[in-house]
Write a protein of this length. Structure first.
Length: 161
């Protein structure tokens, strides 16, 4: 096994000399309607709130390749009503047990939707938030150039070494 502290990186010096920092301050996706596919979906817990987290990638136009996120909180009856509406829009079976949501999340992968992006200002903190709402499921293929890299999808903890 190689000592990580002593890996020789000197062969990268020529590239370093030509490198320029990328701008990490991306502007928000403007309000509008977009075609986007589900790049990822999972049941998670964030700050004590269980949720279904959706990750979308915009498929066309000037914002092609940009990512959007939607979260269905799972802590109130109203939250579950919104979740069921989203699952219905996705044309997936309604769960009879909430643990089925893990399997339903996997079924969302690569489904294509028309989504509406809007913004709102938080009542408590005054911050601007991007909202992503499902309008309808579309029968479109995901462009091959936008399909996630297989290596990005591998959970490194699942590897045998």
């Amino acid at each position: 096994m190689t000592n990580v502290d002593h890996i020789d990186l000197s062969d990268l010096n020529a590239m370093l000399a030509k490198a320029t920092p990328k701008d990490n301050t991306a502007t928000p996706v403007p309000t509008g309607i977009y075609q986007a596919f589900v790049r990822g979906a999972s049941v998670e817990e964030h700050e004590g709130v269980r949720q279904l987290k959706w990750e979308f990638t915009i498929m066309a136009g000037p914002h092609k390749g940009r990512r959007l996120w939607r979260r269905n909180a799972l802590n109130t009856q109203e939250n579950l009503n919104w979740l069921l509406g989203d699952l219905q829009t996705a044309k997936l079976a309604m769960p009879s047990d909430m643990n089925e949501l893990h399997d339903l999340a996997r079924q969302l992968l690569h489904l294509v939707f028309e989504v509406r992006v809007s913004t709102s200002v938080g009542k408590k903190d005054g911050k601007t938030y991007t909202n992503v709402n499902l309008r309808k499921r579309l029968s479109l293929p995901v462009p091959e150039d936008l399909l996630p890299d297989v290596m990005e999808e591998i959970d490194l903890d699942d590897l045998p070494f």
